[in-house]
Design a protein around this ligand. Structure first.
Ligand SMILES: Cc1cc2nc3c(=O)[nH]c(=O)nc-3n(C[C@H](O)[C@H](O)[C@H](O)COP(=O)(O)OP(=O)(O)OC[C@H]3O[C@@H](n4cnc5c(N)ncnc54)[C@H](O)[C@@H]3O)c2cc1C
Length: 395
């Protein structure tokens, strides 16, 4: 038996034995386990699942063991993900530290920074948020103005960030600041890591139309951060920032595994609302749309797999990864449009007049609208693909 086959069997057996049954369904929002100083568990099973994964390094399977991971290489990691998907296992911990800043620390951090931050992320002790966008700097992120001035061994930060998801619940922030206002706007940006409890940090939640306060505006008033907390080099933070955006876009290319709480697909919704006694969707147009979605979904599953295979063989086109966020999030939006159309009148209500499933579906459908904004809008992704992957002229 090949090493990878044996590895797959070992992972499969471990998951079968250690993932509690109730952790084998999509987690509702209130059931998700977000790491951090205030970590809480919805149920005893979620605590057990989290602790077992931490012990094996499975909250960050592809990180080195010395930093809390399992040390899996790319192929092993892919197998691990496939086996998790096979049983529909929930992620044991959610954290921007896992998806974004952790991988950046692994790539750009000093040994001291790795030892300080990575094990705490792996063990779910610190929750991170992202301080990139500003009122005047979203798509044009390099125009950011939040300023940091070096005074002795500290940077002193003044300014604000906006749309900082869950800043009010996070422990640390990774933040882009302007350290040199002269020269090209992409230069003179520094990538800083600091504790949200530092004096001078103030967070104001922004109330959304549905009453949630997921977003915050984050203010910095003479916040002192040691120079040692710079990730990468002073004034060269744009390189780190772009890499983190790549991690974010990778993560967002597969939002289904993170946020699809209802666990529904166009096929199940079609069968439920438009199926005959045998569960066959009778409407030709919808049947065609369901088939099209399933083919696209399969292509979305296979493409990253092909990328990993090509990467390990030293061949392949590195620009393929650039399309994934755009294609994945747009397909996810089309998928929900299709499900909402098939559910028809059942998904028009809100509150008491519709079932929990229908409310969930409506809420997820609305949520997908943010996918093509967060992490860089679809228009910006198309610009990046045009310029960097296809080499098209700018004008
Ligand atoms: C759910 C969600 C979570 C988020 N979380 C965070 C977070 O935690 N931290 C953080 O820092 N930010 C966060 N953001 C902010 C996000 O990164 C920005 O909203 C995004 O980059 C777009 O910036 P903007 O909102 O300023 O829109 P703008 O940049 O003002 O864009 C407005 C419109 O113009 C279009 N446009 C702009 N420039 C161009 C161009 N050159 N070519 C073609 N079209 C263009 C855009 O595509 C868009 O349709 C989050 C956003 C969302 C929706």
């Amino acid at each position: 038996m090949s090493d990878l086959k044996a590895f797959r069997q070992e992972i499969r057996a471990w998951l079968e034995e250690n993932c509690p049954q109730s952790m084998r369904t999509a987690a509702k929002l209130e059931e998700q386990v977000w790491g951090g100083r205030n970590i809480s568990f919805y149920s005893e099973d979620s605590r057990v699942w989290f602790e077992r994964c931490v012990e094996k390094g499975y909250t960050v399977p592809d990180w080195p063991k010395e930093y809390g991971g399992a040390g899996f290489d790319k192929k092993q990691h892919r197998i691990f993900e496939q086996e998790m998907e096979r049983l529909n296992c929930r992620p044991p911990q959610m954290n921007l530290g896992i998806w974004m800043v952790g991988p950046a620390i692994l790539e750009f951090g000093t040994e001291e920074q790795k030892k300080e931050h990575l094990p705490k992320i792996a063990r779910g002790e610190i929750r991170w948020c992202q301080g990139y966008s500003e009122p005047g700097a979203g798509s044009d992120l390099a125009s950011l103005q939040c300023k940091a001035v070096l005074e002795g061994d500290d940077f002193v930060i003044n300014g604000s960030k906006i749309w900082t998801s869950y800043a009010d619940e996070s422990d640390w922030i990774y933040c882009l600041v302007r350290t040199d206002p002269t020269g090209r706007k992409h230069d003179g940006i520094t990538f800083l890591l600091f504790d949200m409890q530092t004096e001078g940090v103030d967070v104001k939640p922004i109330e959304l139309i549905n009453g949630e306060t997921h977003f915050c505006q984050t203010f910095f008033d003479n916040v002192r951060v040691p120079k040692a907390n710079v990730l990468g080099e002073v004034d060269k933070g744009w390189t780190v920032a772009k890499r983190v955006l790549e991690f974010e876009r990778d993560m967002m290319s597969n939002m289904e595994s993170t946020v699809a709480v209802s666990g529904q697909s166009p096929r199940t919704i079609g069968q439920k609302y438009l199926g005959d006694d045998n569960g066959r969707v009778t409407d030709d147009v919808f049947r065609h749309a369901i088939a099209k979605h399933e083919v696209n979904r399969l292509a979305m599953e296979l493409t990253p797999q092909r990328m990993v295979d090509e990467y390990t063989q030293g061949v392949g086109d590195p620009t393929v990864g650039m399309i994934l966020k755009y294609v994945g999030t747009e397909e996810e939006k089309r998928k929900y449009e299709l499900m909402i159309k098939m559910a028809g009148e059942h998904c028009l209500g809100w509150g008491d007049d519709i079932s929990e499933l229908e409310e969930q579906l409506t809420s997820e459908w609305l949520g997908t609208k943010t996918y093509s904004i967060a992490g860089g809008t679809s228009e910006i992704q198309l610009n990046i693909i045009a310029k960097r992957a296809l080499g098209l002229p700018e004008k």
